[in-house]
Each structure stands twice: as C-alpha cells, then as structure tokens.
Ligand binder design. Sequence first.
Ligand code: FCB
Length: 486
Amino acid sequence: MNGTSGDGAPGPRRFPPGFVWGASTSAYQIEGAAAEDGRGRSIWDTFSHTPGKVRGGDTGDTACDSYHRLDEDLRLLGELGVGAYRFSVAWPRVQPGGSGRVNQLGLDYYRGLVEGLRERGIAPVATVYHWELPQALEDRGGWAERDTAWRFAEYAQLLANALGDQVAMWITLNEPKQAAHQGYRTGTHAPGKTDYALAAAATHHLLLAHGLAVEAMRGALPGRVPVGIALDVHPVRAANEDALEAAAAVDAEHNRIFLEPVLHGSYPDAARAELLPPAELIEPDDMAAICAPLDFLGLNYYCPYYVRLGDWDDLRLGESPQPGHPGVVNYVPPELPRTNMGWIVEPEGLYDTLRALDREAPRLPLYITENGCAADDYVTPEGEINDFERVDYLHGHLDAAWRAIQDGVNLAGYFVWSLMDNFEWARGYQRRFGVYFVDFSTQRRLPKRSAAFYSRVARHNVLPAPEVSLAPRGTEPRGEPQVSPT
Ligand code: FCB
C-alpha cells in the first residue's frame, strides 16, 4: 500500500528509488578544536567571545569535539543508516588567513572525514561556507568588500582541487541571507554589524562569491560533480487580502532577494531600496555570474512567516513589528504549534515552498538540505530521550515532502538538521536540534527516539503511517515568543 491504507487513513509513503537520505551539521557548530592544528580565527570565534553576543556566553571552542571524535561520529552516521552526510569545511582551518597559505593539517582532517564516509558507503556533501569567514578577511571589510568574493572563489577552487575526487555534491554557501541580514543588519550573528549599507553590499558580494565559486569549482572538479547552493526560504502568509501586498514585500525581502538573482539574474523590485545593493556595486558581468546554471538547489526549511496589518502600539503576545513596514505585524495564528525556538510548525509551508520552487525552476533537482526542530530534550532515568515532538515534526514534514513528489516536484533528497545537538549560534547550547543527544559535560552521544524513527525511514525509503503522538499540539508556546528567526 502506498499512500493510503484500506480504511482511508494515511498509510506508508514510499519514496522514489535512489532518494537521498542524509543528516546535516556545520563545522563551527560541532568541531571544536578552535585553536588546534593551525586553525585560524573566524568571525564566529570573535563574536562568541564577545560578552553578551551568545546566550550563556557559550562558544564553539569545544562544541561537540567532533574534530577529535571523528571515528565515533562516523560510527553514528553508519548506525543511523543515512546515505549522505552534509558537513561544512571551516575556511580558517584550511586557509587560516582567508587567502594565501594553506594549512595542510586542516585539509588532512577533511580528507579523513570524506574517506571515512566513503568507506562506510555514505556520500560526502560538502558546504564550502557555513558562516565561518576568516577574521583576517573581516578585518579588511568582510562581505561588505568585493574582494572577499574573489578570495572565496579561490578558497572554493582550492577545496575542489584537494577533495574533488571524493566529495559527491558541493554547496557553495549556506543561507547567505542570514550571513548578510543577521551578520550585517541586525547584528545578531557574526560579525555583529548593524548597518543597512554594509548588509546590502554583503548581500551582493555573497551572491557574487557563489557565482564565482561555481565557475571556479566547475573548472577544477572531475567530471560533472553537482554544484549548488542552500537557501533558506520562509513562505510568507497574509492574514487576509488586505495584507497581501505587505506579504509580497516581506517575501521579496526575505526570500526573493536571494532566489531571484541565483535563478534569474535580477534583484526583486518589491524589496525596499535600502535592502538592495546600490547600482554602483553591481559590475556588468556580476548578474550573469550569479545566475550560472545550478545542478541543484538546496532548500533549508523550518517555518513560515505570517503577517497582518495592525497597529504597532497594540501588539499581542508573540507578535512583533515587521521592520521597515509600519503597520505590518508578524503574528502567529493561535492554532499553530511552535517549537522552543518560537518557530511555527507548519509542514504545509514546506509543501508550498517545494511546489513554488518547482514552478519557478522546472525540473531543477531540489534537495531539502536542512529541516528539523529544537525541543526541550532530556534523558530519562532509563537513559531514553523521548522526543515525540521532533518525531512528530519530522513525520509531518516528510509527509509534505512525499506529497510534493507525488505532485511532480523533482525532490531528490532530504537532510535532517541535525545529526546531533550542537552550538546553535546566538542561542548557544540551549537549543537542541539533534537526532542524537549530546551530553556536553562528557561528550557522550545518545540516540533519541527521533534517531530510531529517522533511521527506519532512511533504511526502508518509506515513511511509516503516523503513530499516536504524545506531543502537545496547539498549546501555549514555550520559550521566547518570536515569529521570525531574526
Ligand atoms: C539554519 C542554519 C543551521 C542551524 C539551523 C537551526 O539557519 O543553517 O546552521 O542553525 O538554522
């Protein structure tokens, strides 16, 4: 039975043969060993060591200590039964100053990782940039400087030369939106700048870096190894017809500002001018480079945004003003559950996003490069982690992915965020996203119930019918009331 059971209830959902099941992490969030074997400093080392920037003063100095526990983490991946592992390379580990000298010990670490994956039959999927800009480049202006895009292309080419014979798929950038927006506009991520002009320049230079890297990597890679990018997309829902125009503007500013250049070579008209790169920064060949054809598009999906029109002086619990749009309010429909990040749980948002991307870029292979949920996990006296909330979240989103495939979307794989609990950026270690629990005092890894669930899905290529869920639905959200992750 595929899709429905005899009594009409949802039955098991079989995914297409060859569908890629993976798990995701990023270097700064798991590796630790921040000052070992010649690793240089990144903007996240500086930021996390700046008082008040990261919750509880947490840093990635040790993180999950994955740098020293490579064998154990490879074993976890084998145990989970995934066919692919998405990790990122820490730029300052392989090129400590962001240009010039290469640190062979750093490259050796990643070679060990990709070879270890290959030995276990797991495809290595490498992200070239998951937010770790070498501090030396930030000191010269960071992403607000055009030169950083060229340095990035050189670094990407260096990786293609060093690891290109082993890596199955390459992702140039992870979520350039968060790098530009939180890094240079809201200041909530490294390097912590709060300047609209810098953020607009960073937007363009990140995109240019992607385009230049695609070209440089294609020249260096053997055969036709797929190269793509991972973008975070949040569908923007309008409360009613009056809010449709506002929703379109928010969509332009949060989603289309990266999707449109990459897919079509232009910036969206509906975005406010102050968010867009000024014309003098855009050189004649830039937009053509940025929209170099992709082999796939990676989608990081967590939650939708909801907007309504309303008075900023009369906000309800959990609502926030939409910056730059007086009278536009971010809100959470009360019937929708939220995770402890404050993020709305709405699998239909994933379905809608996949359908929309498929319409916009017909037949371009899509991968869900991140999807997952933070929860207040704890170990019971019996040593179990019963994360029903996460199982429920994953089930709902995998069901949405399956439905999108049935409706013709060219979705080729899914990577859960994350393999294990890790350093959740400005939220530190307080937010757990892993399917493996990490006890940060001992570095012990323990499978959560979601690991067993996900492993079963990955091994059988089938999403089982939903079990009775114990997760609270539609109850008052816990954690900080906040609509968007920014
Ligand atoms: C994404 C990031 C990833 C992780 C998840 C929860 O925006 O790419 O590193 O922090 O959110």
